[in-house]
Design a protein around this ligand. Structure first.
Ligand SMILES: N[C@@H](CCC(=O)N[C@@H](CS)C(=O)NCC(=O)O)C(=O)O
Length: 221
């Protein structure tokens, strides 16, 4: 099977697939495109105009959660629970991970202080909701990597980068979530899932989107 992942370098949804490809040590190629000027071949292949796309021997898959499931089911070892209800609950939380990524994006790109504070508060509320499945042991177990880990790690990585850019972006996180984040960010597959100049690119993206966080610490000019 020849796999090509179509990526935008700072996209958290693409990063989910890269983490899983690396965890499973699956041979793959990555093609980076500029979403501000997407090539015609991409627009023809992608019904939504979004990355990630996974090209498999010429067939096209889109939507990050679908790509995760395909990779997991095609390349052992599987990282999904055997029990069907538990597996479905993992999928629910993977979808929730997308909600969290959108909430984080809204905070990161807020263009003024009031909007930033409002979006930060919403993100903190959303993140706090992870406490319940964690207390139940549904996922985030140290000895058992899961697709939820791959889906949520990009959020934790960006939280760290945002805090490095500006202390005001340090969000309140319940301790169990923080411990999960610390563990995930130390995994080789997570560390190596972004381009080497990710921090610079992410900051440049925020600056170009007139993010208040970057302007507020003087780096946006
Ligand atoms: N639901 C999609 C979301 C993917 C997504 O929003 N990708 C962004 C980049 S991070 C994108 O391609 N945006 C281009 C656009 O919206 O036109 C998934 O999970 O794959």
């Amino acid at each position: 099977m020849e796999l090509k992942l179509v990526s935008f370098a700072i996209c958290p949804f693409v990063q989910r697939s890269v983490i899983l490809l690396r965890e499973k040590q699956i041979d793959h190629e990555i093609e980076y495109i500029d979403l501000n000027d997407p090539p015609d071949w991409f627009l023809q292949l992608s019904p939504t105009g979004k990355v990630p796309l996974l090209l498999i021997d010429g067939a096209t898959l889109f939507e990050s959660s679908v790509i995760l499931t395909f990779l997991d089911e095609s390349f052992p070892p599987g990282f999904q629970p055997a029990d069907t209800l538990r597996r479905a609950r993992h999928r629910s939380w993977i979808e929730y991970g997308s909600t969290l990524l959108m909430a984080q994006h809204a905070m990161a790109t807020a263009s003024d202080e009031d909007t930033f504070i409002e979006k930060k508060h919403l993100l903190e509320e959303d993140i706090a909701r992870l406490s319940e499945p964690l207390s139940e042991g549904l996922f985030a177990n140290p000895d058992e990597f899961s697709l939820v880990d791959a889906a949520i790690a990009p959020l934790f990585m960006r939280l760290q980068h945002l805090a490095d850019i500006n202390q005001q972006a340090v969000v309140k996180i319940p301790d169990p979530v923080r411990h999960w984040s610390e563990r995930l960010l130390q995994r080789a597959a997570v560390e190596q899932s972004v381009v080497t100049d990710f921090a610079d690119r992410y900051r440049a993206f925020l600056v170009s989107n007139k993010s208040w966080l970057c302007v507020a610490d003087g780096s946006g000019n």
